[in-house]
Design a protein around this ligand. Sequence first.
Ligand code: GCB
Length: 701
Amino acid sequence: MFNHVQFFPVIPLTSRMSLYNRVFPLIKKWKFPIGKIITYIIGVLYSHRPLSFFSLVTGLYVLHFSIALILVNKEVPQTRGMLYPRESETREVRSLDGIWNFVRSDQANPTQGVRDEWYAKELSQSKPTIPMPVPASYNDITTDNLRDHVGTVWYDRKFFVPRSWAKDQRVWLRFGSVHYEAYVWVNGQKVVKHEMGHLPFEAEVTDLLNYGAENRITVMCDNALIQTTVPQGRITEVPNDGGMTIVQSYTFDFFNYAGIHRSVHLYTTPRTFIEEVEVTTNLSKDASVGDVIFSVSVNGSAANEADNVLHIQANLYDKEGVLVANVTSDGKLGGKLQVNQVKPWWPYLMHPEPGYLYELEIKLLATNEELLDVYRLKVGIRNLSWDKKQFLINGNPVYFRGFGRHEDADIRGKGLDNALMVRDFNLLKWIGANAYRTSHYPYSEESMQFADEHGIMIIDECPSVDTENYSQELLGKHKSSLEQLIHRDRNHPSVVMWSIANEPRTGSMSADSYFELVANYTRSLDSSRPITAAIAVPHTQDKAGRSLDIISFNRYNAWYSNTGRLDMVTQNVIEEATAWNKHYNKPIIMSEYGADTLEGLHMLPAYVWSEEFQTEVFSRHFKAFDELRRKGWFIGEFVWNFADFKTAQSYTRVGGNKKGVFTRARQPKAAAHLLRKRYFALGRDLDQCSFPEDLFTYIAT
Ligand code: GCB
């Protein structure tokens, strides 16, 4: 039923790679003689005469490249279910978050736990365990080298299931995200396998649980990234002082944190239940009437009984809890709710009441009006549109002012942290941002709900970063990452654009058809939002832009190019943005710019890494942006990055990437105060917002 959540065989990515690493050198050694012999035989068979060495080699190369270029648009497994777990009069939710037991596998023997069936009993009976918090990345918790462990790790914990859950209920086990690949057992029985970090998965466990008794859940997690995972990485075996060791490498610029990153829930549903709700909204031209169009899918035996015509009663409540629209569907599991004097969903600072949400209550009823299931979700009513010049929300042009971000913090890594999330939203609002991009992977469902409530627009990015070596398998996984993302986030009013990749190598030949397939697939899943990708290759080389609706580009003037030259920023930004626009005739966003900055380092005149330098770099960009805004097709500026974050170890990174406007502890650097003034000034000029009282410090009268 949950298709990309496949059932085992248990062959974790690391073990597939260590096999590959052992076999590949052999193949490499024998490649040419074997290739020659095979081609010679084929030549003899098909042309009845031996091929020359030259035509052999040419033939092999042509074959190799044409295979790489022919990408077939295969079907991607479709996600089912996965509604965010919410309690109602028909559903219960239980968190399994807390301290779990943890074992790391021997790097050289990643499948030992599978062979020795560690899942069949408590982990502590197979290996000594250590305590591990869930949700959290496991990397920075201990004091040893767990940080750089490559391959599988194991978690388990025990939990009780109440006796009452045995009656007429179904029980589901749901993970908000496990990075990167997860295998799950309950009471020693296989439950589910899922590949792809940052996205939820679930499985029914009704028949595997002991009701009114103790149960055990075991998770094996593999952090290996290879050339066909999303994102891509490499695993190699290299010599070290102890002989050989496995090393994980990747080109992207953030640490590959791993583990059970988001909450684990058990939740109940009735036997026949609301499995999915899809909502779209519309606003009349004068913004006075709003439509909420919903469709529901139902799972369960009652849904299949011919004499039981299930129907839906949908109620829409405003913020005060007043019923503003309702509809009862006649056999169709969907309908339309019309709201007069609607309060549309507006971004922060574009309206005095941003992020207005209604509550949609969906009741599933049987023929005899028996209430089978109830599910509630928040709905924001808004319209998106775009053309070759602008992006509009509710008919008003939007100018994005925001950030690229990371889910990243000291100690917990990429683990969900409500305190951090609330702090981040306070900072976003303090600084006057109206948007961010979920660079470079989907962020937590809780943060998406928060963005809905606070009116922060999201450019929602899938986990494809630095995409290269295009292959059929990669294409399938890339599309699947978007399918899972859109399935999860399609109902969020805050999501205004899909980003299908960050800095893909779009200069290569295969990028053309690859991104056409990815973009068209994304459009086939959701045509109500525009598609972008953050591109770093020069426009003269790029082959993906033609498939996008909005062009985003990343560039580090005065940092990676012309380092330190503040006099070489403004004109370059203007020229590059203009060139992108001329090339594609589409709206343009600068999706990344910035400079690494060590908080507390001050240098006058400005010098790289100092707070003065970051401030100056920003200011030179602002000048360019203002000139570009006047051209009518430049629609947004996104600083890289919101906060400092952890990367792999490198001599270009001092404790991580320091391009944050805030430190990793979420305190402002000097540039934050400048950015705040700009974002509010833009808000006042473009959207008539008012200034916060403390925006300017008193100096003199
Ligand atoms: C980029 C990447 C981002 C990096 C950033 C940097 O272009 O998109 O992931 O962190 O540059 O600071 O190098």
